[in-house]
Design a protein around this ligand. Structure first.
Ligand SMILES: [Zn+2]
Length: 382
């Protein structure tokens, strides 16, 4: 990893950075606004700030606690492609061409400004964040234009902004007020003024700061909600809610078995891969081999069976009738059909790599009508 970081890291001084990044910042801001607008326009409910805070808190404390919140009313299965687990490479550098300005010292976070990191084959968002001693959220917040808040959007060759501190990143717009920008990210204007890398005069007027539009600001300690798709709850009462998610949606489903209230590990494979459960990756990835059996984790009725348009590939959702649903994604083959009754332990298909996936694994989610999407590791073990 260190070799990769060294190869990928290029230091860019703040003025140079601003020149290089001005357009990126503008695009980033525009994309955020456009995306929010699109979501609202499509009737997809954004979580309110309270929910976002709860999600963020859950993401930080290990995620074993169900978040006591209702699930979003709208949305689709997110386009969450999966990356393979992080691997050390015996011979790094073969797959991705080297760039100019290669750093040759132990990688360090920049002290006040921003460095660029060139993503290497085998990198994961969490691995990169760990190397720089930053939270993975900071990498997402610093690179919305590239990653769209999705850890599985990471691809070799991308140039990521590495912030000097955990926080967010903001491109100044004409008419912005520093207090309002600070409040949006949950910090004070003084926090932004005091950050040396922002090159703001200490006596700046927060109401009329005279910051050049397009200027990128580091918001130390800043946070914002994630702009991610939220899966709808698909139950036996409303399977058609998933019609927009893809051709695997079921029209209507008659009643079926009720779950046991307990769940079993959903496949023969036992190893978790590199992407943990977070608010922006609401499931676990179980590394497996092509065709490993996938089991119904509890009894219920199939309410989605087939292709998902949002990165999950071949997918099954089972409604357990007791407030719980389980979801199985990237399947190689689907052996059940809409409306089919399944019992705990029945084979419903095989492990695959369909959709946005770079290797055979099972993406497994558990959702409850009160707790929302919970970390399956708190409920099942191999
Ligand atoms: Zn996954």
């Amino acid at each position: 990893m260190r070799n990769q970081i060294q190869r990928g890291l290029r230091r860019i001084t703040p003025p140079e950075l601003l020149r290089r990044q001005g357009r990126t910042f503008a695009a980033l801001g525009a994309v955020v606004l456009l995306t929010l607008g699109l979501f609202v326009g499509r009737g997809i409910v954004r979580p309110d700030l309270g929910e976002a805070a709860a999600l963020n808190a859950a993401a930080e404390d290990g995620n074993s606690q169900p978040a006591a919140r209702p699930t979003g009313a709208g949305g689709l299965y997110a386009g969450i492609p999966d990356l393979p687990p992080y691997r050390w490479r015996a011979n790094p550098g073969g797959a991705v061409s080297k760039r100019a300005e290669i750093r040759t010292t132990i990688p360090q976070r920049p002290e006040v400004g921003i460095v660029k990191y060139l993503v290497q084959q085998g990198d994961t968002l969490f691995g990169i964040a760990e190397e720089f001693e930053l939270k993975a959220e900071t990498l997402l917040w610093g690179n919305y234009a590239i990653l769209q808040d999705n850890p599985h959007s990471l691809r070799p060759g991308q140039e990521l902004n590495v912030l000097p501190v955990d926080g967010t990143y903001y491109e100044w717009n004409q008419g912005d007020q520093l207090d309002a920008v600070a409040a949006f990210f949950g910090v004070s204007a003084q926090d932004i003024i005091d950050w040396l890398g922002n090159n703001l005069p200490p006596d700046i007027d927060p109401a009329n700061p005279g910051i050049e539009p397009g200027t990128g600001l580091i918001i130390p300690g800043g946070r914002r909600e994630f702009v991610t798709w939220s899966a709808p709850r698909i139950t036996r009462a409303n399977p058609a809610v998933a019609n927009v998610a893809g051709p695997g949606a079921c029209g209507s489903v008659s009643d079926g078995p009720i779950g046991e209230g307990s769940f079993i590990w959903p496949t023969t494979a036992t190893n978790l891969s590199g992407t943990p459960f977070t608010s922006y990756h609401p499931g676990i990835d179980i590394a497996g081999s092509l065709g490993n059996a996938i089991y119904a984790s509890a009894s219920g009725v199939v309410v989605y069976a087939g292709w998902n348009n949002y990165g999950y590939g071949e997918m099954v959702v089972i409604d357990h009738g007791d407030g719980w649903q389980t979801l199985y994604a990237h399947m190689n083959d689907v052996d059940v059909a809409c409306g089919q009754a399944v019992f705990q332990g029945n084979v419903i298909g095989g492990v695959g790599s369909t959709g946005n996936s770079t290797g055979p694994h099972l993406h497994f989610e558990m959702q409850h009508d009160v707790y929302g999407k919970v970390n399956p590791s708190g409920f099942v073990s191999p």
